[in-house]
Write a protein that binds this ligand. Structure first.
Ligand SMILES: C[S@@+](CC[C@H](N)C(=O)[O-])C[C@H]1O[C@@H](n2cnc3c(N)ncnc32)[C@H](O)[C@@H]1O
Length: 260
């Protein structure tokens, strides 16, 4: 499958490949690379108008093996590798599944999901579905039904359920993150608010055995979400894929085995 079109953040769609195993595998993935597209470290100077923080960001981007791999392999974001790594480990995505991707732009997770549930090229019985929304626009992706919409808007719930066409979903993914304001407590609470709303939504749309994967942040205030998930899923765990930067407080909660 060839996917064209740049999205928020630019880039191309993931190119041809098997529905699983694209991207990383233990010891051979981007994380094991030496940094920089050719293994050479790039240093960025704070010349001219560039601030120290933007120079630091640029230097990190240029030396990030996941950024290089996403360009090479046609993923719209380095975030794609977080889902690839988690799915390779926990075997969540399967051909024929219906998946909801919340906070999808620029589209890395949606690309991975579309490939793995085979929403474009599965036969009649193996063709999956990816329904995605984001508050920001996203360039179209084949095999992904995208709508620009605030997940917290009153109409989002009915819209997403309508897109599932009366069926239940096999998985709900949320990588939603509100723009940070730099105040860690506020940022944390905003992410948790999004994750809790997504968790509530998941308990309404998942079919028995379904899964929920959500971005959270380390540092308290997760009790409401965890209590909800423990009531409705047979397994709830925190996971941090190698692609999630070790110096970031980002963490994911993975709940599997949905039960009503
Ligand atoms: C880290 S990015 C997602 C990256 C994506 N998983 C990928 O692989 O390309 C987080 C996204 O959450 C979206 N977002 C934040 N708040 C949202 C909301 N209330 N409703 C929908 N999307 C939201 C942002 O616009 C942003 O695109």
């Amino acid at each position: 499958m060839t996917v064209k079109g740049g999205g928020k953040g630019g880039g191309r769609g993931a190119g041809s490949g098997t529905s699983r195993g694209q991207g990383t595998s233990k010891g051979t993935g981007p994380a094991s690379g030496g940094g920089g597209a050719r293994g050479l470290r790039v240093n960025v100077k704070t010349a001219g108008k560039r601030s120290v923080s933007s120079a630091r960001w640029l230097e990190r981007q240029l030396n990030d093996p996941y950024v290089a791999a996403s360009k090479r392999e046609g993923y719209r974001s380095r975030a794609a590798y977080k889902l690839i790594e988690l799915d390779d480990k926990y075997r969540l995505l399967k051909p024929g599944q219906r998946i909801v991707d919340l906070g999808a732009a620029p589209g890395g997770w949606s690309q991975v999901a579309a490939l793995r549930v085979r929403s474009l090229d599965g036969g009649d019985d193996k063709r999956g579905m990816v329904v995605a929304i984001d508050i920001d626009p996203m360039e179209p992706l084949p095999g992904v039904d995208f709508m620009q919409m605030d997940f917290l808007a009153p109409e989002a719930d009915a819209y997403l359920k309508g897109k599932l066409g009366g069926h239940k979903a096999h998985g709900v993914l949320t990588d939603m993150a509100a723009p940070t304001v730099g105040h860690s407590r506020t940022d944390h609470l905003r992410i948790m608010g999004l994750a809790e709303a997504a968790g509530q939504f998941a308990t309404e749309v998942l079919e028995p055995g379904g899964f929920f994967l959500a971005k959270v942040f380390q540092g308290g205030s997760e009790k409401t979400l965890l209590d909800l998930l423990k009531r409705h899923f047979s397994s709830v765990r925190h996971v941090k894929p190698p692609a999630s930067r070790s110096d970031s407080a980002e963490l994911y909660v993975l709940a599997t085995g949905y039960r009503e």
